[in-house]
Design a binder for this molecule. Structure first.
Ligand SMILES: N[C@@H](CCC(=O)N[C@@H](CS)C(=O)NCC(=O)O)C(=O)O
Length: 202
């Protein structure tokens, strides 16, 4: 059975929602970041990065949200979670999810995880001050260019949607007002109506 290492409030929510979308049985293991459980020897032997999500499969452990999401879409094709047969459409999925992973998530991390890139308090403060601007700009692009509506790809729900939902939930804490991106907010409400989301958040 697949096993997901998860932590509340983290980017692992996208993988958790997607697992619920597949309808398959899986095991969820919650790590408490306030106790640094992600840095325990036991977890580091599973994922030496000390990060979630980590998805343990019969063939080994997968990390990195875009990789886990496309793996689930390919492993459970009947769930219809990605346009698997169309190289261009699938590349668009990867383009969007890579943007969230490598740009939006990294901008967000400059708020509370700035110690990854610097040592001085002045640098932390400077990085944190920039987050509303960088996250705001990311979501301007998503609002105006990426999000076709009602779902990211248009009419078809896909693995882009739980990932967008997950990062959208961070926006307010990052100092970006909800009113700036009304289409993204509508998307979030639409996501909140899905059973997979209720199951993941319960
Ligand atoms: N690029 C990775 C990022 C994983 C990541 O940074 N996860 C955060 C939670 S959102 C984490 O585990 N942080 C623990 C820590 O920094 O100690 C992905 O998208 O899966």
């Amino acid at each position: 059975m697949l096993k997901l290492f998860y932590s509340r409030g983290s980017c692992a929510l996208a993988s958790l929602i997607t697992l619920h979308e597949t309808g398959e049985k899986f095991e969820r293991i919650d790590l408490d970041f306030s106790k640094d459980e992600q840095l325990s020897d036991e977890f580091l032997s599973i994922n030496p990065k000390g990060r979630v999500p980590a998805l343990v499969t019969e063939r080994g452990t997968l990390t990195e949200t875009p990789a886990i999401l496309v793996y689930l879409a390919q492993r459970f094709p009947d769930s219809g979670l990605a346009p698997l047969d169309d190289p261009f459409d699938l590349a668009q999925v990867q383009s969007f999810n890579s943007y969230l992973c490598s740009t939006a998530h990294i901008n967000h991390a400059h708020n509370r995880r700035s110690y990854r890139w610097a040592d001085d308090q002045a640098s932390f403060d400077d990085m944190a001050r920039k987050v509303p601007e960088t996250m705001g700009a990311c979501f301007d692009l998503i609002e105006n260019d990426y999000l076709k509506g009602p779902w990211v790809l248009g009419d078809q729900y896909s693995i882009c949607d739980p990932y967008l939902f997950t990062i959208t939930r961070w926006l307010e804490g990052d100092g970006v007002p909800a009113s700036r991106h009304p289409r993204v907010q509508e998307h979030m409400q639409r996501m909140n109506e899905r059973q997979s989301v209720s199951a993941a958040l319960s």
